[in-house]
Design a protein around this ligand. Structure first.
Ligand SMILES: [Zn+2]
Length: 296
């Protein structure tokens, strides 16, 4: 079986140790399966983007020895595909226009679960609208390679969700499944903060007749207060000058039990050991782990 994996960061903050975990795990899983590994920059939200970051991502990955196959791809170059898919969903009646604001939804239903108001009362032509996808009142289940079986009822957990925003941007959910399909992705290895997004992605894949890739959600790294490392929690940008010890620490975090002598190894020795010995089944089936602080 051919294997195509990917790493898909968004340029809203610098790559940090948490990003490296997702990059490394997806890279090692692809390489140890003789697969391809693609780099995709998810630059769909220009207002949240940081200037110059997407040019920097490739440099950081190269510094860590994580070389990707093919040209790197940018979501901003695929807008016409997203537009076509959106139209397809509208034409099939699986999606509809919605002019409600968050405030209106909250006032009507007491929470943010959408009440299908605009499905029953379509907004006027020309109104500034988001586009929502209809969800069925049934379970979407999948078996995550790391986190095990999961089942969600989208009707009660998320409601009809937005695939195109009122501010004119495509939602992550839509772009990611179109990209995974166009790029022939067979395996998605990423942080567990995206586990709850998976059923919505599978729902869209089913509506569009796309195959679903296999999913593996690794534990995210939390700081000592239990918060996920992210731009919001001021996670430090990766230091590219000493990649080997950082890679070693990432392998420890991913429960790969690298031998102590590798701690003094060169970058490529660490990576070579990791590809040879990668075992995704060793990774703990937890959503997050505290990162022991040290020199990273
Ligand atoms: Zn509405």
């Amino acid at each position: 079986m051919s294997y195509i994996g990917r790493f898909a960061p968004s340029p809203t903050g610098p790559l940090h140790f948490g990003s490296l975990l997702a990059a490394l795990a997806s890279f090692l899983d692809a390489r140890s399966n003789n697969g391809q590994w693609l780099l995709r920059i998810e630059d769909l939200d220009p207002p949240r983007e940081q200037e110059g970051l997407k040019e920097k991502f490739p440099e950081v990955l190269e510094a860590f020895g994580l070389y990707w196959d093919d040209e790197l791809s940018l979501q901003s170059e695929r807008l016409e595909y997203y537009r076509d898919v959106l139209q397809q969903l509208l034409d099939s009646g699986d999606a509809y226009r919605c002019s409600c604001s968050r405030k209106e939804i909250q006032q009507r239903s007491g929470n943010l679960l959408y009440d299908q108001h605009c499905l029953l009362h379509p907004p006027e032509e020309g109104a500034n609208c988001a586009i929502r996808v209809c969800c069925k009142d049934s379970l979407i289940s999948f078996r995550d390679i790391i986190q095990g079986p999961h089942a969600y009822n989208l009707k009660t957990s998320s409601g009809d969700f937005v695939v195109y925003r009122r501010d004119g941007l495509f939602a992550y959910q839509l772009a990611v499944i179109v990209d995974d399909y166009l790029q022939g992705i067979t395996h998605v290895v990423r942080g567990s903060d995206l586990l709850d997004e998976t059923p919505r992605q599978i729902h869209l894949q089913q509506l569009l007749g796309y195959p679903s890739p296999a999913y593996a959600h690794i534990p995210v790294a939390n700081n000592s207060e239990g918060q996920k490392l992210s731009k919001q929690t001021y996670a430090e940008a990766l230091d590219c000058s000493h990649p080997a010890p950082v890679l070693y620490k990432a392998l420890q975090f991913l429960d790969q039990e690298p031998p102590a002598e590798l701690q003094q190894g060169y970058r490529d020795e660490v990576l070579e050991w990791a590809i040879q010995n990668w075992d995704i089944r060793k990774i703990s089936a937890v959503k997050g782990k505290i990162l022991q602080t040290g020199n990273i």
